[in-house]
Design a protein around this ligand. Structure first.
Ligand SMILES: *Cc1c(COP(=O)(O)O)cnc(C)c1O
Length: 383
């Protein structure tokens, strides 16, 4: 095939842009019957039939007791903190997407940043206790790249100091350990179904709660605080997921196992082909069988001939849109850097990771040929 193409189209093929992720979209024809149903029923939102079905289907798939859908993960985080009436100070990680800490500011809560573990890049339980003050009411850890936090150690600390634990589980869709779904850890877990995530509803999110009463409170908070037509019990927000997004989620769920298997194959190839490249560190979680392979981070160490940013530019120059997740640290953004806990000296592990990390493209339809190009750039620059 390729041999018969004129040279310009061959180079066009070679120059094809590769994104860090691509949403896994089912064939459009499969979605049309869902749309027809919505058009016929004229139920567009407010907990319609697709919304109800998706909540149940996700509880079954994720093996969690109760789940409330949201219009996005950030509003779900904001609401999770309100549902548990969190105030004062909350201990969290600087090594995450900025929405983690923003959800605290939106609730008038003071974030207290604690450094991460050098191997997992998750909140380091050994450093949490020193950051607890009389104002501390909760811990907000992130299962970074879908790799489970040390949930037992975190729970022990929370129990000892009577703190709530809310997991930002935006990366951890479907992650299970021997103890079962990681989404059952802590008091609440929050998911994101943004287009860039492993499971997406275009925009969307969810809170997982342990009991029906908590779910009921969350469901009220995401609908302005309404209990019935005339009763409002709290200053709730509008965080509802629409029927279109819910229907799309139901369809996506039918393809999720296939998508996860394809991601795993991509991760395994990277792990094989990048193992032993001097100066490139892979996180142990990258090729872990429990991983959902939502990201493929590499750390560009000092022994690598190029700096992380030089390697990043070399990818960009070839139209491969790798991303520096997570850089800068949340604690370096202007609305956080004045906090006492934002000092670089106490966040040295996170700062080091942020200066070295780069996430390689990973998604179900990434081809072996595309992946070979990506690996070749890392290897060729390794000298
Ligand atoms: C994506 C993400 C969010 C925000 O989710 P949205 O659905 O985009 O609002 C929060 N935390 C982390 C760690 C994320 O990756």
């Amino acid at each position: 095939m390729t041999a018969s193409l004129p040279p310009e189209s061959v180079s066009a093929l070679l120059q094809e842009r590769i994104y860090v992720t691509q949403p896994h979209l089912p064939p459009l024809e499969e979605f049309l019957p869902y749309l027809e149903q919505i058009w016929h029923s004229k139920v567009l939102t407010n907990g319609g039939p697709f919304h109800q079905r998706l909540e149940q289907a996700l509880c079954d798939y994720l093996e969690v007791p109760h789940l409330s859908l949201f219009s996005n993960g950030t509003l779900a985080l904001v609401t999770a903190l309100q549902a548990l009436r969190i105030t004062g100070e909350v201990i969290t990680t600087p090594y995450s997407f900025v929405a983690t800490a923003h959800s605290l500011l939106w609730n008038g809560i003071k974030p207290v940043f604690v450094d991460v573990d050098p191997v997992t890049l998750n909140l380091d339980p050994a450093k949490i206790e020193a950051a607890i003050t009389p104002q501390t009411t909760a811990i907000l850890p992130v299962h970074c790249y879908g790799h489970p936090c040390d949930v037992e150690a975190i729970q022990r600390i929370a129990d000892m100091y009577n703190l709530k634990v809310i997991y930002d589980a935006a990366h951890a869709f479907g992650v299970r350990t021997e103890a079962g779904s990681i989404l059952r850890a802590g008091d609440l877990s929050v998911l994101s179904f943004h287009a860039t995530k492993v499971f997406n509803t275009f925009e969307g999110g969810a809170i997982i709660s342990p009991d029906a009463k908590t779910k009921q409170r969350i469901d009220r908070l995401k609908n302005f605080g309404f209990v019935d037509e005339t009763t409002v019990v709290a200053p709730g927000i509008n965080g509802k997921m629409s029927e279109i997004n819910s229907a799309f989620g139901l369809l996506q769920l039918q393809h999720i196992d296939d998508a996860l298997a394809r991601r795993r194959a991509v991760a395994q190839r990277y792990a094989e082909q990048l193992a032993g490249v001097r100066g490139i560190r892979l996180l142990p979680a990258c090729n872990d069988p429990i991983s959902n392979h939502s990201y493929f981070p590499i750390l560009v160490e000092n022994e690598y001939p190029l700096s992380r940013d030089a390697l990043f530019e070399s990818f960009r120059a070839q139209d491969i849109l790798v991303r520096r997740y997570f850089y800068p640290l949340i604690s370096d953004f202007p609305m956080y850097r004045g906090l006492p806990s934002a000092l670089r000296a106490s966040l040295s592990v996170a700062a080091d990771a942020a200066s070295k990390v780069m996430c390689l493209p990973i998604y179900p339809t990434l081809t072996e040929a595309q992946q070979a190009r990506i690996v070749e750039i890392v290897r060729a620059n390794a000298g």
